[in-house]
Write a protein that binds this ligand. Structure first.
Ligand code: DGT
Ligand code: CA
Ligand code: CA
Ligand code: ZN
Length: 569
């Protein structure tokens, strides 16, 4: 079976985790994790690289790892990983994947307390049996209870980006089938919700039977969950559920509309129409009429088209009825990326590669914002290195035209509220992003004051990933967001919408709140490799779900205007 680069990377991450839980050699484990990161950052399919030249040209991939990649691509499996999985109780994997636990602590819990599942861990934490272990304490114990709860609340949901990759693959597959004339993804995927419960696909075909049967046979399908005349539900190898509806072509638009939801949007719409003595015709009701697209559906209801991202019952129907829907920002409005890493710190690409990619994207500008000195684990730049980088950027700027490279930095907001770069250097940098990367556990008051100091720092332009949440399982730090927003509004500090699918920070609701307070935002990728520069679309989706228009976002400005704007700040 064709393996995606990410899938191969997942196997290496798992291998590293399992070896770590066994207390194996640190360097070996690090090499596997590093390989995983490199593989998932490669744009070309691994199979193609293998056929052309193999792995010798990829730094960080030695002989041992190369052999394992070959094994995975040939067999779809990794023997070594499967052996390790045999040794380990299945529940341990869940314990290890808890944020703040990891393989080492999981091993400790197992050794000392015989814990091999999340339930056992939760029970031990509640009984106060964790606090006595080395490196633990009652605070840790509380965190464990909280993160288990968070894990359970989230369980079954996957990141939007993961779902979209799979949805695209299944959609292309369905489109190759005879008789299939159209396929779209509906549901939360189409609305760009940050996490997704299942993938809803709608296909148009005269005969549904063969289409359902063909999807059941797709290699990514693990199990059929439900078969009915109108729907097929499947569990995929990725753990994501897929929900397919096949409909005659003339009912396609209406089915897509109903399957896009959200349920809240549809029921608000129903109530709104009921007041006017109208109703939406369900697709089953053939007399309901034929619609060519959703535009026609909304207009038959006397409303302008409501984009899927707004269909959450957050006032969109009322706004539509008064013709007050925003002109939502689009990817094409974005003129540059203001948060990017290169191999000067922990990025994988050179400045030249980033520039080339930015030009391909049609950007007018980018800011290179590598990490500052105190972030040692991310190769933070010393002041000398930083100056050297900025000299290089200035000279690159002279050589190229059509793209402006802003000198930049991502400074750490230190636990005390200062930033780790002296003022006389900051004041000459074109664009300063400030973010929290340490001491996440500070209490709410301290953290709020800490971030507000950065907001008030006149050298700081943008606050990066403000709340620090990770969708894969770290809650944002304790923070009085309302006060931070007020400070940002009064200082004119820009807040980032970080596009990384695991962050999406600010999220839609917070960004909308920021807009209401008159705060300007920047949609950035924070990419550490070229591939992830493509994630801009995810940040844009947050902006759209937050009702943002181009004017709310500084990196929709043309280069000249943005540079003037930054100078004035
Ligand atoms: P999710 O999946 O939790 O991320 O969120 P959604 O919004 O995708 O929710 P989902 O998949 O339950 O439903 C999406 C839309 O599809 C919703 O507006 C109603 C429709 N839908 C879902 N399941 C069924 C069903 O069994 N029958 C019918 N007629 N419609 C359904
Ligand atoms: Ca869904
Ligand atoms: Ca569904
Ligand atoms: Zn960054």
């Amino acid at each position: 079976m064709f393996m995606r680069n990410e899938e191969v990377a997942w196997l290496f991450y798992d291998l590293a985790d399992l070896l770590e839980s066994k207390g194996e050699d640190f360097f070996k484990i690090r090499a596997y994790r590093n390989a995983a990161r490199i593989l998932s950052g490669l744009e070309e399919p691994l199979e193609k690289i293998r056929l052309r030249e193999g792995w010798t040209k990829i730094p960080g991939i030695g002989k041992n790892i190369a052999a394992k990649i070959d094994e995975i691509l040939t067999t779809g499996r990794l023997q070594k990983l499967e052996e390790l999985l045999q040794e380990i109780p299945p529940g341990m994997l869940e314990v290890m994947s808890l944020p703040g636990i990891g393989p080492k602590r999981a091993a400790l819990f197992r050794e000392r307390l015989g814990i091999t599942s999340l339930d056992e861990l939760a029970a031990a934490a509640r009984a106060g049996r964790i606090r006595g272990l080395p490196g633990m304490g009652s605070k840790r114990e509380k965190e464990i209870i909280r993160s288990i709860k968070m894990h359970q609340d989230r369980s079954g949901r996957v990141l939007l980006a993961t779902a979209r990759v799979l949805a695209e693959e299944l959609k292309s597959y369905l489109l190759t089938l005879p008789g299939v004339v159209n396929v779209e993804t509906g549901g939360s995927v189409r609305r760009w919700r940050e996490t997704v419960g299942d993938i809803d696909l709608v296909a148009a075909a005269a005969e549904p039977g063969p289409v359902y049967a063909a999807l059941e046979r797709h290699p990514r399908v693990k199990e059929v969950l439900e078969r009915s005349p109108n729907r097929l539900k499947l569990l995929t190898q990725w753990g994501v559920v897929v929900d397919l509806t096949v409909t005659p072509e003339e009912q396609f638009a209406l089915n897509l509309f109903f399957n896009t939801g959200s349920r809240a949007h549809l029921s608000r719409l129903e109530a709104f129409l009921a007041e006017k003595g109208m109703a939406i015709k369900a697709p089953e009701n053939r007399a309901g009429g034929v619609f060519h697209d959703e535009q026609e559906i909304y207009s038959s209801l006397g409303l302008p088209y409501i984009p899927p991202e707004l269909r959450e019952d957050r006032g969109e129907i009322e706004a539509a009825a008064q013709d007050l829907l925003p002109r939502l920002v689009e990817l094409e409005d974005i003129k540059g990326d203001l948060h990017l890493h290169t191999d000067w710190s922990d990025g994988l690409s050179t400045i030249e590669q980033v520039i080339k990619r930015a030009r391909e994207k049609g950007y007018e500008y980018i800011a290179v914002t590598d990490h500052s000195q105190s972030l040692k684990i991310a190769g933070g730049l010393s002041l000398d290195k930083l100056k050297e980088q900025h000299r290089e950027i200035r000279s690159l700027n002279k050589k190229i035209d059509g793209l402006t490279i802003l000198t930049g930095i991502e400074v750490d907001i230190l636990p005390g509220g200062g930033v780790d770069c002296p003022e006389e250097i900051l004041k000459d940098i074109d664009l300063v992003v400030a973010s929290v990367h340490s001491a996440f556990k500070q209490d709410r008051e301290t953290m709020t004051a800490r971030i507000i100091s950065a907001v008030e720092n006149k050298n700081v332009d943008i606050i990066g990933h403000l709340t620090g949440r990770l969708l894969s399982g770290r809650e944002g730090y304790a923070l009085d967001l309302e006060r931070v927003l007020d400070a940002s509004a009064s200082c004119g500090t820009i807040l980032e919408i970080n596009s990384s699918p695991d962050r999406l920070d600010l999220n839609d609701l917070n960004a909308r709140r920021a807009k209401e307070k008159g705060i300007k935002m920047a949609v950035n990728t924070d990419a550490h490799d070229l591939k992830r520069m493509d994630e801009m679309r995810y940040g844009v989706s947050v902006a759209r779900r937050a009702w943002l228009e181009p004017d709310d976002i500084i990196n929709t400005m043309p280069a000249g205007k943005l540079i003037k704007f930054l100078r004035k700040r």
